[in-house]
Write a protein that binds this ligand. Structure first.
Ligand code: SF4
Length: 385
């Protein structure tokens, strides 16, 4: 059987400012490390690949704020990928970007490097919500960034929005949805805010400065979004993602299909060769480890730890990732080919009950979440792992 084509996640752990809700692996005062970090990332790609040229079809620069990296540094990293992997001619090369960090010249430069998809962290169009989230742009900056991106040749981009924000109402959420959809984005991702331990937002919550999130309001916001996206012609292809046909994020589809991907860069997580693994988080330690230690496929000398996946782990992961794909779901045939058993063999009465409760359905040989299941997906997944 040919080795499946890989997806490469490349983590860029730098931000200009830490947003109040953020618990990602990112740092705000390590500007001096950007160039050494790019060199280390290029070295890590070479270490991981070794002598074998594997096929790859997506690259995703995530962060952090990848758009804070110079085009030269991004080019250095992409050159390493091209040296070591057989990149598909139509490979999707995505980059997360903060709207306030890009200009026309930069966008043209990264487009010329082969980056062909941008993901803009917009989050809201309401000034008070952006201030609470400590995002440093306003909506006009978003409009300008998207205009410049289109002029630079980016016809494929995503816009992120956040709901469940303290103080957000159905009316302000509707304003954000309408304003963003008026820009005709080919792809929209929605995130429900979670207040993470150790973030400023959690301190504000604990001290009573902000209201706790209201799950009923969040469910109404999600429902409103589903209607608005459908009206805009965007297909609800994943629980939190909508796209014009053909503009689904190929990189994230690899995650949701539970395919293998390499995680490269400080704090990145990967899934390959029957393992889940992760890379050391701190950029200085990462750079030092890449220089001092060697690795071998699928990880480098900066490996932090790894877990070998059992057959049960892989089955559970496949169910909960593939069910996120609302149109595609879990193919019963593919599942049986991969694991030698059907989901009915594995889950027996649990699966029958989820179908009975109207949370899952079987259609065209695939198991799918029902519309009711979209809203209760966490409870469905909980029963499948
Ligand atoms: S831009 Fe993103 S990664 Fe950076 S601090 Fe804000 S939420 Fe975190």
């Amino acid at each position: 059987m040919p080795t499946p084509s890989l997806s490469l996640y490349l983590h860029i752990p730098f931000c200009a400012h830490r947003c109040s809700y953020c618990d990602f692996n990112t740092y705000t005062s390590l500007d001096d490390l950007k160039e050494p970090y790019a060199r280390a990332l290029a070295d890590e790609i070479r270490q991981v690949a070794g002598d074998e040229r594997r096929a790859a079809h997506t690259i995703f620069f995530g962060g952090g704020t990848p758009s804070l990296m110079s085009a030269e540094s991004l080019g250095q990293i992409l050159d390493a990928v091209a040296d070591c992997f057989d990149l598909a001619p139509d490979a999707e090369i995505s980059m997360e970007a903060n709207p306030g960090t890009v200009d026309a010249e930069y966008l043209a430069a990264v487009r010329a490097l082969g980056v062909n998809r941008l993901s803009f962290g917009v989050q809201s169009v309401i000034s008070a919500e952006l201030m609470l989230l400590e995002r440093r742009h306003d909506f006009q900056t978003v409009v300008n960034a998207i205009t410049m991106a289109r002029a630079a040749g980016f016809d494929n981009f995503n816009v992120d929005l956040i709901y469940g924000v303290p103080g957000q109402t159905l009316a302000t959420w509707q304003q954000s949805l309408e304003a963003v959809l008026a820009l005709n984005p080919p792809h929209v991702s929605l995130y429900c805010l979670t207040i993470e331990p150790g973030t400023p937002m959690q301190r504000w919550l604990n001290s009573g400065q902000i209201e706790p999130p209201d799950p009923d309001l969040a469910a109404e916001q999600y429902e409103m979004a589903c209607i608005a996206m459908a009206d805009a012609g965007l297909v609800h292809y994943e629980i939190s993602n909508w796209a014009l046909p053909g503009r689904e994020c190929k990189h994230n589809l690899s995650y949701w299909r539970n395919n293998e991907y390499l995680g490269l860069g400080a704090g990145a997580h990967g899934h390959a060769a029957g393992y889940r693994y992760w890379v050391v988080k701190q950029p200085r330690v990462y750079i030092r480890r890449i220089a001092e230690r060697q690795g071998h496929y699928p990880w480098s000398g900066a490996l932090a730890d790894k877990i070998q996946l059992s057959a049960e782990d892989q089955i559970g992961d496949t169910m909960i990732t593939q069910l996120r794909l609302l149109q595609e779901g879990v193919s019963l045939t593919d599942f049986e080919t991969r694991f030698g058993r059907t989901p009915y063999d594995v889950y027996g009465p649990t699966l029958a009950q989820l179908i009975d409760w109207g949370l899952l359905t079987e259609s065209g040989g695939n198991l799918l979440l029902t519309e009711r299941g979209w809203f209760l997906s966490n409870q469905v997944f909980h029963r499948l792992v």
